[in-house]
Design a protein around this ligand. Structure first.
Ligand SMILES: [Zn+2]
Length: 116
């Protein structure tokens, strides 16, 4: 995002300049720019083109509307931020707990509907 080096994942530290978006805990706009500079939002050659510009030190323009949208999604946690202190584990846990609960209720209902 800063030096134009390609990296895997929007929130992984950059091997080129060491910029780590996840370390910018509350800087949603910086994280949104990182997110925008991924093949998720820039498929095809667009991302490479922006990478070339960054490497040459040319100004890069970001889609302001898209940036605002991503910033908002990050703020409302619709997009998971993969950082070392990620809370993703607990989300998976609660999803599993919820699924187990639904399954238990469904089994109970089926058992009752079949009649004693
Ligand atoms: Zn970099």
């Amino acid at each position: 995002m800063r030096c134009g080096n390609s990296k895997v994942g929007a929130f992984t530290p950059c091997s080129g300049c060491g910029l780590d978006p996840a370390a910018y805990g509350t800087d949603r706009e910086l994280q949104a720019r990182s997110m925008l500079l991924s093949d998720r939002y820039l498929p095809g050659g667009e991302l490479e083109e922006l990478g070339r510009k960054l490497r040459k030190g040319e100004p890069v323009t970001y889609d302001a509307g898209l940036l605002a949208q991503i910033t908002e999604e990050l703020r409302t946690q619709k997009l998971p931020i993969l950082s070392r202190t990620s809370s993703g584990g607990s989300v998976v846990l609660w999803t599993a707990v919820g699924a187990a609960l639904v399954l238990a209720v469904a089994l109970l209902l089926m058992w009752r509907l079949r009649g004693f």
